[in-house]
Design a protein. Structure first.
Length: 415
């Protein structure tokens, strides 16, 4: 009997990460305000240095032009001269030429001392004015760029699915106000389109529920008739399965449309309890397929909607059970708090998943190597719903291939 071939190795995961790495020192980020501050302060500093150089050169030239003595001593037999700054001229044994040279040297020394004193005091004044200039430039840059801060905060709020926010910038009709008004108009159009899409999906889902419920009731009534022919019962079971699939699709569309919004009402929810409930609901199906469910579920309390969070855990565990190996498969469900975030991890054995197909799994109606219709493993909305609900809670879901086959699904939420 031939040996069973080993499963193919997991394809290597791409090493390129499109996300921008976090900077080690975010306060050193070259913001526009910092650049404007450096520009204003640097221009002032350059102008101050240039002005100081001109003043120094003019002062040096003026003192140099008056360096020659205004008079010379031609005879000093009975003249006595004393000086505190020029002690060299107080000696009585100097000749007339030496005395005049001493006077010139003393005046040159005084000129140099005056220039050095002027330069040191000017540098201290320039340093103080430079500090004032940088502080003034920083304050003025912050005042000028404050509208951009409002635009950034509004855009960040909109990124969290709050399309009702507006900038409503006041002030002069300048370029920044024009940018803010254009951004508000874009948000208005996006909100109308998003609201119309949700209303359409919601209305369509509600309208489809009624005929599907009627069909299910009629089929169940016919199937409950013991005198019905075998062919009719078989047809009824097939139609009932198709009807149930359609109901799942409608419920998934409705939940997907509802979960794209930010969660307004939040309550404390323990991910461990949510995961335990999901495991209990899938346990019978897992036992029928020979799949073992294991894992340690530690308390991890977050603020959110318990029903939607349970849908996340249920969809992930169901997918892990249904997309598994025929024999000896297992699913590991763990919850924990790591680095200030609540983490739900669902790992399973299963077919080898290429790394380049991971992103496609989160698209609606996309399944791994299955047809768009006719699959008994779901309607292709499970991971799309998981991603939408996770985003609505401010969380993130990631997937990576497991060595030997299967997936590692990791959902993180802020605590």
């Amino acid at each position: 009997m031939a040996a069973t071939p080993a499963p193919p190795a997991t394809p290597p995961k791409p090493t390129w990460d499109p996300r921008k790495p976090d900077q080690p020192f975010p306060w050193l980020r070259p913001t526009i305000r910092i650049r404007l501050t450096l520009l204003y302060g640097g221009m002032f500093l350059i102008a101050g240095i240039l002005l100081l150089s001109i003043i120094y050169l003019l002062a040096a030239q003026a003192l140099r032009s008056g360096n020659e003595p205004l008079f010379k001593i031609v005879q000093f037999q009975s003249l006595k001269v004393t000086s505190n700054n020029c002690p060299g001229i107080a000696t009585s044994d100097l000749s007339l030429a030496e005395f005049n040279d001493a006077i010139s040297a003393c005046m040159d020394h005084e000129r140099k001392a005056a220039l050095d004193n002027l330069l040191s005091r000017s540098l201290l004044a320039l340093l103080g004015l430079a500090v004032i200039a940088f502080a003034f430039g920083y304050a003025m840059a912050g005042r000028v760029l404050s509208p951009l801060g409002r635009i950034t905060r509004t855009a960040r709020a909109v990124a969290g699915s709050d399309l009702s926010r507006r900038i409503e910038l006041d002030g002069p009709d300048d370029e920044l106000k024009e940018l803010a008004d254009t951004f508000d108009e874009m948000l208005e159009r996006l909100q109308r389109a998003f609201t119309a899409q949700q209303r359409f999906v919601g209305n369509a889902s509600h309208e489809l529920r009624t005929p599907l419920a009627i069909n299910r009731t009629l089929l169940e009534v016919h199937l409950s008739d013991p005198g019905a022919p075998v062919e009719l019962q078989q047809l009824g079971k097939t139609l009932l399965a198709t009807n149930e699939r359609s109901e799942q699709l409608v419920e998934g569309l409705l939940l997907l449309a509802r979960s794209d919004n930010q969660i307004i009402e939040r309550k404390p929810v323990d991910l461990a309890e949510v995961a335990e409930q999901a495991v209990d609901q899938v346990r019978a199906e897992a036992e029928a397929k020979g799949v073992t469910i294991r894992g340690e579920r530690k308390p991890a309390v977050i603020q959110g909607n318990g029903v939607l969070l349970e849908r996340i855990a249920l969809n992930l565990v169901q997918n892990a059970v249904r997309y598994n190996v025929p024999e000896g498969g297992w699913v590991e469900v763990t919850t924990d708090v790591r680095h200030g975030q609540a983490v739900l991890v669902v790992t399973n054995t299963g077919p080898v998943v290429p790394a380049y197909e991971i992103d496609n799994l989160f698209e609606p109606f996309r399944r791994l190597r299955t047809e768009r219709t006719g699959s008994d493993k779901g309607v292709g909305l499970g991971l799309s719903i998981v991603r939408s609900v996770a985003r609505a809670h401010g969380g993130h879901i990631s997937a990576e291939p497991r060595e030997g086959g299967g997936l590692v699904m990791r959902v993180t939420f802020p605590v």
